[in-house]
Write a protein that binds this ligand. Structure first.
Ligand code: HAM
Length: 423
């Protein structure tokens, strides 16, 4: 026999014991979106590679090393999306979703992303994001609203011990000034830098700031806030003033630069102590020039994406509620092979009445079927053998109280609904 095929490295099957938790979180994410005025966009999973190389930036780790890129049968270079922001902006521009000078278009979406990263706890090659974007506003209050959305999402899910970290990464006016100062400083410490940072020095020096190895050098690096232009400094103050006014606690981390090149002004993350090395449950920021970099008009915007896999890891670790686990209302028990069609008829009737019902197909004995009924979490077992069928009754067993009574066939749905608390 040939070896059985397994899933590729870094991807996971979300199995029934976990998938109901995902459905719960996705429901809450949609609810938050509606409450905060975001409309859903279902974006394609693959895009032209250029969208990401120009949008996310071709000196980022994502574009340099992590994209799943292939040539399709028409000879086009296609990439499985590593994130949603570039796609959301493409869609906004392509379909003219905004009103010039009006309020931002508030868009959200959820789905799988793909990055060829080294798998570890909380880091996968296929992972899901909940993505919220406010496209078409330069108001710092919109940055505040985006952070408020993230906080409210996590609060609704019952997550605790989270930390909001925020920084400003400047804009194309002031960042080159800082970049030059930083490169000058880092060149003076070149020999002490790790190999990755040595190679980053020319291509993407700001990324050296969030290196996990070069702490001491980073600690002595020039302060980005000394280089911010007035506009960026005022914007940052307005964002932090807004957060303070709303009682949203934050920490300023001047080494937070994020791994995508499109950010301008605000960059932020929400971190959890319960995740180990991959501590960010969400990341986001302002990206005023992304639209232009993909050939669109000037569309100042801000947004964030939360990692659904990580959110669920944290919720599990913190014992958060996922609502109630899926359970049946009724399990139809039929110990008599001659009455199985009667049992199926009853099950169908229960389902048409809006109840969750199932039955045995393995032809097992009464005891085994009752065991399955209990394990299914059903509130009622509907026992229907040849004798009951002949008399037009069903024995309905209340599995919570272990009490049983015969009910006329026509009243079974009502009785089950009563036991399941669905009236
Ligand atoms: P990002 O920081 O690359 O930002 O990803 C956002 C979140 O996705 C992370 O904080 C993390 O929770 C999750 N995540 C990222 N990579 C993985 C992975 N390999 N496995 C599991 N989870 C992962 C963005 O993608 C930006 N598009 C966010 C944004 C939206 N900025 C503005 N708007």
């Amino acid at each position: 026999m040939s070896e059985s095929i397994q899933g590729p490295r870094g991807v996971r099957d979300i199995l029934p014991d976990e998938s109901w938790k995902w459905a719960y979180v996705l429901d809450r994410a949609g609810e938050i979106a509606r409450r905060f005025g975001y409309s859903e966009v279902k974006l394609p999973i693959f895009e032209h590679t250029e969208l990401f190389s120009r949008g996310v930036g071709d000196t980022t780790d994502i574009v340099e090393k992590e994209m799943y890129t292939f040539t399709d049968k028409g000879g086009r270079s296609i990439t499985l999306r590593p994130e949603m922001t570039a796609g959301m902006m493409r869609s906004y521009v392509e379909h003219t979703l905004g009103v010039p000078g009006g309020n931002p278009a508030k868009l959200w979406g959820a789905g799988p992303m793909f990055r060829y990263e080294r798998p570890q706890k909380g880091r996968y090659r296929q992972f899901w994001q909940l993505d919220y974007e406010e496209v078409g506003s330069e108001s710092p209050l919109v940055d505040v609203e985006v952070i408020m959305t993230a906080i409210e999402l996590f609060r609704t899910l019952g997550m605790r011990n989270l930390e909001v970290v925020i920084n400003s990464v400047g804009c194309p006016k002031c960042r080159p000034v800082y970049r030059e100062k930083l490169v000058g400083y880092l060149k003076g410490h070149f020999d002490e830098l790790c190999d990755t940072c040595k190679s980053r020095l020319d291509r993407n020096p700001l990324r050296v700031l969030d290196c996990k190895e070069d702490h001491e050098i980073v600690a002595g690096a020039p302060d980005i806030f000394d280089s911010l232009c007035d506009e960026c400094a005022e914007h940052f103050k307005a964002v932090t003033d807004g957060l303070t006014r709303l009682g949203i606690k934050y920490t300023i981390d001047k080494t937070l630069v994020r791994g995508l090149d499109y950010y301008t002004k605000t960059a932020f993350e929400v971190k959890s102590g319960d995740l180990g090395a991959q501590s960010a449950v969400c990341g986001g920021g302002r990206y005023d020039n992304l639209s232009e970099s993909i050939g669109g008009p000037h569309v100042p915007s801000v947004g964030f994406a939360a990692g659904l896999d990580r959110v669920i890891l944290v919720m599990d670790e913190q014992g958060c509620s996922f609502g109630s686990a899926p359970a049946l209302d009724a399990y139809v028990v039929c110990p008599d092979p001659a009455a199985r069609l009667n049992a199926m008829e009853l099950m169908y009737e229960l389902r048409r009445a809006g109840l969750k019902a199932d039955m045995d197909y393995a032809g097992r004995g009464m005891k085994a079927q009752m065991k399955t009924a209990v394990a299914s979490g059903a509130k009622a077992a509907c026992i229907l053998g040849g004798d009951e069928a002949a008399r037009g009754v069903v024995a309905v067993r209340d599995l919570t109280k272990a009490e049983q009574a015969e009910v006329p066939a026509g009243e079974v749905c009502a009785r089950v609904a009563e036991l399941a608390g669905r009236q």
